[in-house]
Design a protein around this ligand. Structure first.
Ligand SMILES: NC(=O)CC[C@H](N)C(=O)O
Length: 389
């Protein structure tokens, strides 16, 4: 049965723009940064991506909830989005994998949502004015005056300057075994994965290639990494402003100094960028969706990628430069966005380190960039070969 709550609801932006609709999911108040995603599928993966913590997600695709929810697609153990904005919520899901309605899961995880919003007008506004503080208020909370609601929205911290890693990371380390991810035979190698809000598809992609993955919390040290026997280090995606990730930047520097292969995704790309001495900056409205075109400079191939980032690395997309932290040698931007020429990947030429700003683990698709996991395997093999000489 459909359980859409359907009470009055209002989406309020910090610049005073207000969108009225009906409640969807949990009823009450939520605050977060309003961002839009252009993914036409994968709402379950989106809502459970920890990188969306403290963000209110606007779905540009107008029909949401059509395929219900299942137990296989979540990217973590819960929904992380601060709030959810849709045009039309499906009244009844229809899919052979569906176990519940999306509305039921939104209620279960306390996600306050709003439906019936003109998401096209909202997206155009966020595109022009930029991602901004926002709030959804439903039920009795929607009855407050607009001025009062705008004040509540403005009072929240902004995403710039926010450090959220401790909220989303694991508390204790655990191991992901290749045998549990379809790999037959003895594990080939061991790596450490620093969980800054990691999507579960990522250790899966590593493990299915024969890597034993030690997942470590956000505040792991080089000693913790070495204690796992790791031959390489992976840094995950995650929410928050990379400019605040000082401890992780220092950790990456010590990993690079130790000569260990490094692979980073999204937050892990920004942290590598900072470790090399580049700055990061906030994009106006960011890149979110599963249809983002990226140029792979090495091959000239265009990849269609999954992305979710609001910050980016400030590095020249042309040519090769010496890293601002000179001991790390030469570096080049390996990938850039074809929409706005934002840096989408970094490749070090003198040390075994590379990263991408987008999501090669690609849940939910597309799979154009899966080769990057193989590239990490190759980097691990080369490092092991060098060590044995
Ligand atoms: N998905 C991510 O890792 C996002 C990284 C960072 N929080 C950003 O918004 O840019």
């Amino acid at each position: 049965m459909n359980s859409l709550s359907n009470l009055p609801a209002v989406l309020v932006l910090e610049d005073g723009r207000i969108f009225r609709g009906r409640s969807y999911g949990a009823v009450g108040t939520t605050l977060g940064e309003a961002v839009f995603t252009t993914g036409m599928t994968g709402y379950q993966e989106t809502l459970t991506d920890p990188s969306y913590a403290h963000q209110i997600i606007v779905q540009t695709f107008p029909h949401i909830g059509n395929t219900g929810v299942n137990s296989e697609d979540p990217e973590s153990t819960r929904m992380w989005a601060a709030g959810y904005v849709v045009r039309d919520a499906a009244r009844r899901p229809s899919n052979w994998r569906s176990e519940r309605t999306l509305d039921e899961d939104l209620v279960e995880y306390g996600i306050v949502g709003i439906q019936g919003v003109d998401t096209r007008a909202l997206t155009r506004h966020l595109r022009d004015a930029g991602a901004m503080k926002s709030g959804i208020f439903s039920g009795d909370d929607a009855a407050k005056s607009d001025a009062e609601l705008v004040e509540l929205v403005k009072a929240q911290p902004s995403m710039a300057g926010r450090n959220i890693s401790a909220e989303v990371s694991v508390d204790t380390a655990y191991i992901v075994e290749p045998a549990d991810h379809g790999y037959t035979g003895e594990p080939k190698r061991t790596v450490a994965a620093i969980d800054l809000g990691m999507k579960s598809m990522t250790p899966h992609r590593l493990a299915e290639r024969g890597l034993r993955v030690h997942v470590l919390p956000y505040n792991a040290t080089l000693e913790d990494i070495k204690a796992t026997g790791a031959e390489g280090v992976f840094f995950s995606n995650g929410p928050g402003d990379p400019a605040t990730a000082t401890a992780q930047v220092e950790l990456v520097r010590s990993v690079l100094d130790a000569g260990m292969p490094y692979f980073g995704i999204c937050f892990g790309n920004q942290i590598l960028g900072r470790a090399l001495g580049f700055d990061t900056y906030k994009l106006r409205f960011g890149h979110r969706g599963i249809n983002q075109p990226v140029m792979d400079k090495a091959t000239g191939r265009v990849e269609i990628t999954s992305q979710n980032h609001g910050f980016a690395v400030d590095a020249p997309i042309e040519g090769t430069v010496t890293a601002p932290v000179e001991r790390f040698g030469k570096v080049e931007v390996s990938h850039y966005s074809l929409n706005d020429h934002v840096v989408e990947g970094l490749s070090c030429l003198d040390i075994p380190a590379f990263s991408v700003q987008y999501h090669p683990e690609a849940a939910s698709g597309p799979h154009d960039a899966a080769y990057l996991f193989d590239r990490f395997m190759t980097a691990l093999d080369s490092a092991a070969e060098k060590d044995s000489k």
